[in-house]
Design a protein around this ligand. Structure first.
Ligand SMILES: Nc1ncnc2c1ncn2[C@@H]1O[C@H](COP(=O)(O)OP(=O)(O)OP(=O)(O)O)[C@@H](O)[C@H]1O
Ligand SMILES: [Mg+2]
Length: 258
């Protein structure tokens, strides 16, 4: 009876699931990310802060407690999708009551309750074809090609599924930056610089700061979207130059011709 109640509490609270069922004690921001129930979540976090671990636990929680769910994990490369899927497996291995599997492959699993977890590398050909996704998690989002991101968005249309983009920044470009900077208030944003990660010591960060060019340190550890080195006009200059008062040239010509 106690197990049933404890399981119900884990079902209702993914942070509790992490702690009680997997034996993983999440940091405060990880608790917030696990408990987030919004449809759109952005995690802009330092290297090694624990993004992928949270992605795996969130995926597993959804798969276990929402029968018939389809969870897609998208990573930039084949190797990274394998690493991420391994984290799902590692979390699963910690469960006392392991679910029955209908299928168990290198990058995907189907649970007996009908839920599927699929970890995919960032190639549009492999992604197209999935529909009605309930949870879509893009890991290392700043490195996932924009066309892939655009191909995945419609998969949530019918299911009304949730989407999580998680990454360390990689310059002022691409969908991760655009969504963070201009994506609007429908996205919940969580930012975790390395100084807020209890497992990264100030001494290590001091060494890294000394060893790396500023641009890299700011991206990797301070969650900053830096200008890329080859930028001709900086982002703020370009944004300041954009005005709705000047219409596109061709639009003006067409209007005059009518
Ligand atoms: N709350 C936690 N308690 C203890 N260890 C943790 C916690 N969160 C993450 N870790 C550990 O920190 C390490 C980094 O975690 P993870 O790979 O999830 O981070 P990441 O942000 O995805 O890193 P990267 O930027 O390199 O992809 C792993 O060894 C993981 O087990
Ligand atoms: Mg990671």
């Amino acid at each position: 009876m106690i197990d049933v109640i404890s399981d119900l509490k884990c079902a209702a609270d993914p942070a509790r699931f992490a702690e009680e069922a997997i034996g993983f004690k999440p940091d405060q921001w990880q608790i917030e990310a696990l408990r987030s129930t919004g449809r759109r979540l952005l995690l802009n976090c330092s290297r090694q802060s624990g993004k992928s671990t949270i992605a795996a636990i969130k995926a597993l929680h959804r798969a276990l407690y929402w029968p018939g769910s389809l969870i897609l994990l998208v990573s930039p490369s084949y190797r990274q999708s394998g690493e991420l899927f391994l984290k799902v497996r590692e979390s699963l291995a910690q469960l006392k009551a392991k679910p029955q599997m209908l299928e168990d492959n290198k990058l995907s699993m189907i649970l007996q309750n009908g839920s599927r977890v699929v970890s995919l590398p960032g190639k549009e050909q492999t992604i197209r074809g999935f529909s009605s996704v309930d949870l879509l998690i893009e890991d290392e989002s700043a490195r996932v090609p924009d066309e892939l991101y655009l191909a995945t968005r419609p998969m949530l249309a019918v299911s009304g599924g949730a989407q999580i983009l998680m990454s360390t920044p990689w310059g002022m470009r691409g969908h991760f930056f655009e969504t963070w900077a201009n994506g609007g208030s429908s996205w919940q944003r969580i930012k975790v610089p390395a100084t807020e990660c209890p497992r990264i010591s100030p001494a290590f960060l001091a060494e890294e700061r000394a060893a790396m060019p500023d641009l890299f340190y700011q991206s990797e550890y301070e969650c900053q979207f830096t200008e890329t080195i080859d930028t001709v006009f900086n982002y703020n200059v370009v944004m300041r130059a954009i005005t709705s008062e000047v219409k596109p040239f061709l639009e003006e010509v067409r209007r005059d011709a009518q």
